[in-house]
Design a protein around this ligand. Structure first.
Ligand code: EAX
Length: 321
């Protein structure tokens, strides 16, 4: 009898305990579809956070831009209307100018170099800057090296870029890069399939995975493996939301973002060759060895326009072996 009473008491206490310990909901926004690596990273993050918090934190993924484009997601994170996003570095530069340092053209040539910088002191320094914009920079993950596609002509050297109307990300730096290369850059949020199909723009630039997953081969004949910019993604948080969390959950979000990022980078990198093969099969005309030096020469002077923290970090990266 006594035993039963104890059991009842304990179970009552237990259910009160769960009812009263605070639960949280993370609305996570991304602009790409469930086919993409952005989404796979978001799912991994969700799994880790929900498991490690014993269900006290629930993560709801809003994909395909259902909660707005990347600039809008960043604004909603600042206001606390969304709690997390997986966002491309490009459009972050309006909010956190220091991030321009890692988007400088032809800065990285290998994944080893990328990891050394992004996972080292410089990357950490840039992520710390997010707080100034009421954001949290949890961790870098990967979109990939960006390559140029267009529907007008093969692009081998920078001369061939002249006058092409190229869609660029809503990023101050990316607009400058394409102006320097001689294109007519048109900033637009993702996705852009319709604008390409309707010839509102001639071309765009993205990693091979994105070009394939969005079937851009249907509307873009020419691909040049320019690898002009390394495109990071970032697990971005709302500082407003983050500040309301107990320490243990703050730590958990960093840890989950890190694990999901490492998982996603590996997955993404393993498949680059596969996407190139697929794009060939789909009939794209591919220049695998464009005259990259001619591109580099045009964008190198942009360095002198880098100011403040962006300049500091760029100089540091350039002086790292
Ligand atoms: O993340 O906007 C862009 O070009 C991004 O690279 C694209 O959304 C995939």
């Amino acid at each position: 009898m006594k035993k039963t009473i104890w059991l009842v008491l304990i179970s009552l206490l237990f259910s009160y305990g769960t009812a009263f310990s605070k639960t949280y909901t993370i609305n996570l926004g991304i602009v790409t579809t469930p086919k993409t690596f952005h989404y796979k990273a978001a799912v991994k993050f969700k799994q880790i956070v929900e498991k490690e918090s014993n269900g006290q934190i629930k993560v709801i993924i809003h994909h395909s831009g259902s909660v707005g484009n990347e600039t809008s997601i960043l604004q909603q994170l600042q206001m606390g209307a969304l709690q997390v996003g997986v966002i491309t570095a490009g459009p972050i530069d309006k909010f956190v100018p220091a991030i321009k340092a890692i988007e400088f053209p032809f800065l990285f040539s290998s994944y080893k170099q990328v990891d050394k910088i992004l996972d080292g002191k410089i990357g950490q320094g840039i992520l710390n800057q997010f707080k100034k914009a009421d954001l949290i920079g949890f961790h870098f993950l990967e979109n990939g090296f960006r390559n140029l596609t267009n529907s007008v002509r093969p692009v081998h050297s920078v001369k061939d870029v002249k006058g092409l109307k190229i869609r660029v990300m809503k990023s101050q730096l990316q607009i400058k890069i394409w102006r320097a290369l001689g294109a007519n850059p048109t900033p637009m949020p993702w996705p852009i399939y319709t604008q390409l199909a309707q010839h509102v723009i001639d071309g765009q630039e993205n990693p091979l995975a994105v070009i394939y997953q969005y079937k851009l081969y249907e509307v873009q004949k020419y691909l040049s493996l320019t690898r002009h910019v390394y495109s990071a993604l970032v697990f971005v948080g709302s500082k407003k939301f983050y500040d309301t969390l107990p320490k243990k959950y703050q730590k958990l979000l960093y840890q989950a973002a890190k694990e999901a990022s490492i998982y996603e980078r590996n997955l993404n990198r393993k498949q680059v060759a596969f996407f190139l093969k697929q794009l060939k099969k789909k009939g794209m005309i591919i220049d695998e060895h464009p005259d990259v030096a001619s591109f580099k020469a045009k964008v190198a002077p942009l360095k002198s326009e880098f100011k403040g923290m962006a300049r500091k970090y760029l100089d540091e990266i350039l002086s790292t072996e």
